[in-house]
Design a protein around this ligand. Sequence first.
Ligand SMILES: N[C@@H](CCC(=O)N[C@@H](CS)C(=O)NCC(=O)O)C(=O)O
Length: 206
Amino acid sequence: MKLYTADGIPNPRIVDVAMYEKNLNLERIIVDFLEGENRASSFLTKNPAGQIPVLELDDGTIISEVTAIIEYFEEVCPDPFLVGATAKERAEARMWARRVDLAVMEPMSMAFKYGIGKNYFEKRITVYPEAAESMKNKAQDGLVWLDNVLAGKQFLCGDRMTYGDIMLYCYTDYFKKTGQKVESGLVHLTHVLDSIAERSSVQKTA
Ligand SMILES: N[C@@H](CCC(=O)N[C@@H](CS)C(=O)NCC(=O)O)C(=O)O
C-alpha cells in the first residue's frame, strides 16, 4: 500500500495519526501540493477530487477521503479499534465522525479557502469570499455545540477514542494558526483535545 500525502496539513495528518495508532508501516509519497501536483492531470486520474491523502492499494485500487481510508485500515488491521469492535460501537463512531465533519471540518475548511487562503485556492477551485465569515462563524457554532455535548466525556464516544476525535484534533490544531481558534471557555472540548495532543501518534506528526 502507498499513501500519497504531505506533512503539516490536516487531512493527511489525520490519516498519518491513524496509521501510527495502528502501527501500520506504509510507503509515504509526498505530494507537492503547494506547486499543485495534486491538481495535475496525472494525479487527477488517481483522485478526480484533486486532493490528498490518497491510499493506493497493491492492486492499484484508489481510496480517498480520510473516513474511507481509516475505515479501510480498520478492516485490515482492527487492533487498536478506531471505529469499533461491535456494530453498535462502529455506528456510534461513524455518527460522531460525520457530525465533526459537517459541524466543524467543512465550515473551517471553507472559511479558510474563501478567506485568508483565497489567493491560493482561487487558482484551483471556485471560491465564495462572501461566505468566508459565515463559514468561520458556523465552525465556531459547531465547536460550541461539541463543547456542550462533550461535558463529562473523555472522548466523543465516551471512554473510547475513535477517528472522530483525531479528525477534530487535527483540524482545530491546524486552523488555530489561521485565526480559527478554540475559545478558552470551551473547557470540555479543550480537555478532549489536550488528551489527544499527548498521544505519541499525534506527537510524531507534529
Ligand atoms: N474530504 C477530503 C478532504 C481532503 C483535503 O481537503 N485535502 C487538502 C489537504 S488538507 C488538499 O488536498 N488541499 C490541496 C488542494 O485542495 O489543492 C478528505 O476527507 O480526504
